[in-house]
Design a protein around this ligand. Sequence first.
Ligand code: AMP
Length: 542
Amino acid sequence: MLGLMQDWPLLCHRIIEHAATIHGTQEVVTRSVEGPIHRTNYKQIHDRALKVSQALTRDGIRFGDRIATIAWNTWRHLECWYGIMGMGAICHTVNPRLFPDQIAWIINHAQDRIVLTDLTFVPMLEKIADKMASVERYVVLTDEAHMPETSLKNAVAYEDWIGSCDGDFAWKSFDENTAAAMCYTSGTTGDPKGVLYSHRSNVLHALMANSKDALGTSASDTMLPVVPLFHANSWGIAFSAPSMGTKLVMPGPKLDGASVFELLDTEQVSHTAGVPTVWLMLLNYMSSNNLKLPHLKMVVCGGSAMPRSMIKAFVEMGVQVRHAWGMTEMSPLGTLATLKPPFAKTTGEERLDVLQLQGYPPFGVQMKITDDSGNKLPWDGKTFGRLKVSGPAVSKAYYRVDTNILDEEGYFDTGDVATIDAHGYMRITDRSKDVIKSGGEWISSIDLENLAVAHPAVAEAAVIGVHHPKWDERPLLIVQLKQGQKATREDILKFMEGKIAKWWMPDDVAFVDGIPHTATGKILKTALREQFRNYSFPNAAA
Ligand code: AMP
């Protein structure tokens, strides 16, 4: 027997319709690419998103066509998201920090028909445009006054493009499993892979993100997503914030400490979300200028492990820290480190111990850890295993790739190695390809990195496994010192001594001027492994 409830497909545009109807005057504030602060609201965003759908339809775009956006977090970008998805086309967010040739590869693979982009990226696109045959038109997210001379095909200023539409357009209802958006994973190895979100997965993910122990913002909160709309589905904030009527503050192209601080301060932001690099810049700026953020209630941090020293700095400011783990394939939220009852009253180092974990999943994500043969491993907080996940907002396949990516229980292998404790808290110890295998035992490079960055002279640290004749692999610690600071190999190793098992101690420390990063701000270990290809440990002859 079936239930007698209405057939009400979970469609992304229903979110902006709700925001416009119930929270229509709620503000969306942007530091525009052109410079000035711009203010709009959910009603206007909804109305202009309809014009985007109308303009796309007029340009011959049909249901299921892919439309690329290469753009910062702005109100126009948000309008494009809803306009593209609302008419049943697929919003393909492209990460502008990728190498231009990779961008061309991705656009070709997705067969994008229109590219919507910011002024910032016009020169880069002009250089690769002849490699992207599927693109019929470029829309520059600006107005006539700022529109540059450009060789881009059929280029038009966004305000002119939608300005010529009357907005007399209606979004239809369709199957909630229809593809809504697409995002290629950063791919430090091999070709990038296309993750294809559905309307249903995005809506369910937004509901999940809205729970109090996740992002948990309300209509009386203000959220500043530093995380870009082009990175991992904007952590779902482009859906979760409007669905709650949360005020949005969009940082545009300026993500440095001073610019982010200014917006957090002037717009009285209560919640913000981004990767550790962004928070490092903010905290440095605040401490060198002796600044405070009395309105800030919560910092969500993910994408890479959040260092303990950073968690401590926010906790001491009276700000709640929510360390999150996830990935593009998970829409992306997987776990968040919220303090459950046994830990809610902990203080000091004990509290930091929990906040530093990657956390537990909200309803809608299931996880398990297994050995290499797929056998389940215990949740004892000590045993490392391959972390696998399932849920309605987790990928089951990649776009135009014919390989099965699920195990026999329907779980997706995240490529991360983790422990899970009896309370369900997960801790990432490594990427499976980065874990160091010493004498048959695993050493966590993330634990070593976290410890090394707690040294006051260390700006950033990376640990890689280097071949060792006796142990197969041993850890090499690569360190970038803070400007003007000094520390020797011995200082750093002494600082680490006693805080980890003896056999985990790095065999050597190498100092570098800079640590390479991927387009999404993660340490690029493949480049470090290449850089240290000919390195051999001083004790290797032993
Ligand atoms: P992406 O799809 O670019 O968001 O990358 C996902 C990967 O980033 C995950 O599989 C993890 O390896 C890493 N990651 C994300 N969040 C964290 C975190 N809080 N701690 C450690 N690694 C993380």
